[in-house]
Structures are given as C-alpha cells and as structure tokens.
Design a protein around this ligand. Structure first.
Ligand SMILES: [Zn+2]
Ligand SMILES: [Zn+2]
Ligand SMILES: [Zn+2]
Length: 283
C-alpha cells in the first residue's frame, strides 16, 4: 500500500544556495562577501523535503549532502533523514555524507542513498571507512547506508512522493536533476498536486538536453542553477538561467548555486523569478 503524505505538511527547504567555495569566500573582502544581508551568506548547495507520510511519520529527504550539512542540520533542527538523493559526485554535493551518522544514531536505522552508478563509485572511493567498515583498524562510529542505483527516467517512489531523475549536462559531465510529484492513493501521480509541486530541482547545469524538456513541463516550481553574470563552462550564467527559466515557464522559479558575484538585493529578475537563499522554506 502506498503511504501518501499529508499534503498540507510538505515543505521544501533550501539548506544551501552557494557555489562550491561558499559565500563569503575565504580571503575575500568584496561587497557581497562583507554584506550585512544574511541572504548573501551562502552555504554549499543542498535542499530537503519534509512532510508527514500516510502513517503519520515525519519524513525528511535530502538532495545532496554538502560539506556544510552539520551546520545546516543544526540550524534547521533536522533530526532525521529517511533518504538521500545525489545529483552528482562533486565535492560540494557529497562531502557532508559522513555527518549523517548522527541521523543513524538518533533513528536507530540505516539510511537509503540513491545515485547514479558513477556517483556511487565515487562515494565508495572517498568513503572507504563507511562502505568497507570491516577494514577499519578500530571499530568506529560510521554512517550506515544502503545503496540504490538511480537511472534517468526511472521514477523513485518514496513515502508517497515520486522523484523522477532527469538528465542535465554540467559542462561535459552528465548529472541528475529531479522532478518531484505527489502520488495518489493508487500510486499514480496525483492529478491535483499540493503546495509547491510539481517541482524540479536542477542544480549544476549548463545545458538541458532535448530528452529532458518534457520532464520540465507543467511545473509549479523550478529550482535552477545560476552561477554568476559571467559565462562559465559548467554552469548557467545569469542570462542563460533566466532564458532557460523563461522557456521552462514554471509558475515560480528560484535560482541557486550563486557565487559572490551576485548580490541578493541588487540582482533584478523578471516577474515570477527570484534568488533562493539559505533557510528559505517553500510550503
Ligand atoms: Zn556544485
Ligand atoms: Zn567576495
Ligand atoms: Zn558540480
């Protein structure tokens, strides 16, 4: 039996909205790095979905585990994690994975992680102390993870939500975005979608391949990469992000993964588009 979430409880939180170096950048005194506006302080990019499932249990699903995960969890009061989806293997999206061992301890259970095979291979290489814990010299406090492979276009249903992985290009690297929708009682995508859904999370992208546009149709909410005004080989610039967002035409678009070249207050965007900021909750 599918367990459908309490549709009114679903919230989508930006844990981090900064590029790989974060903002402020170490050793920089520019206007944005020294800004008093809290929206100009950007931790590394990740998001979480929180809701109550059909059985009344609180659920937390993370997309990516940034190096700032510990601080993000403390500030937002995250005390559990039911699943982690990974967009790709870059350090700014994966180097907080060690921190989830506290969720294991609090919940007394392992955590399912979902990623493409290349990303799972990377995690194995980096986190040998977790995936080959039997080889650790001393018994130590390491995360307990259950691995699951994601494939583009093959939907993943979790606690009444459907996550459909879609292909994005991050320079030459294929990475994943996710379309998120609520399911109905029969396990089909619900005709009427609650709150901010359908939503697509598309960070770290410089090109949307033809095959993926269909999965970006009819969105209530789009979250899209916008690195900085100047062009970059692996991320959308301000202009490219706005142009892609106009083409996707979601009801509302939030940009993420910004550098210190973007001042939250100073950047002007078309109607229906805004910069996300750390701690922003869409509910
Ligand atoms: Zn990144
Ligand atoms: Zn700076
Ligand atoms: Zn990346």
């Amino acid at each position: 039996m599918p367990s459908n979430p309490d549709l009114t409880s679903l919230s989508f939180t930006f844990l981090g909205t900064g590029t790989s170096a974060g903002v402020p950048v170490i050793g920089c005194q520019c206007e944005v790095c020294t800004s008093a506006d809290p929206r100009d302080r950007r931790r590394r990019a990740s998001v979480c979905l929180r809701f109550t499932d059909g059985e009344g249990h609180e659920r937390v699903i993370l997309i990516d585990t940034s190096p700032d995960l510990r601080q993000q969890a403390l500030e937002l009061g995250l005390e559990r994690c039911d699943a982690i989806l990974f967009t790709h293997d870059h350090v700014d999206h994966t180097f907080g994975l060690d921190e989830v061992r506290r969720f294991n301890a609090v919940m007394g259970s392992a955590i399912d992680i979902y990623a493409e095979q290349e990303t799972l291979d990377f995690l194995h290489r980096v986190y040998r102390h977790i995936f080959e814990a039997e080889k650790n010299i001393n018994r130590s406090f390491v995360a307990r993870l259950l691995e699951n492979e994601l494939r583009v276009g093959e939907p993943l249903d979790l606690f009444g939500l459907r996550f459909t992985p879609l292909r994005l290009l991050h320079g030459r690297q294929p990475v994943l975005g996710f379309r998120v929708e609520a399911l109905d009682d029969s396990g089909e995508v619900a005709e009427s979608q609650p709150g901010q859904l359908p939503l697509a999370y598309c960070t770290d992208v410089s090109e949307i391949p033809d095959e993926s546009w269909g999965l970006l149709d009819g969105l209530k909410t789009l979250v899209l990469d916008m690195l900085r005004p100047q062009s970059h080989p692996t991320h959308f610039s301000t202009e490219e992000a706005v142009s892609a967002a106009e083409k996707i035409a979601a009801e509302q678009t939030f940009f993420t993964h910004m550098t210190h070249d973007i001042s939250h207050a100073a950047l002007e965007l078309p109607a229906g588009m805004a910069l996300a900021y750390d701690g922003l909750v869409l509910s």
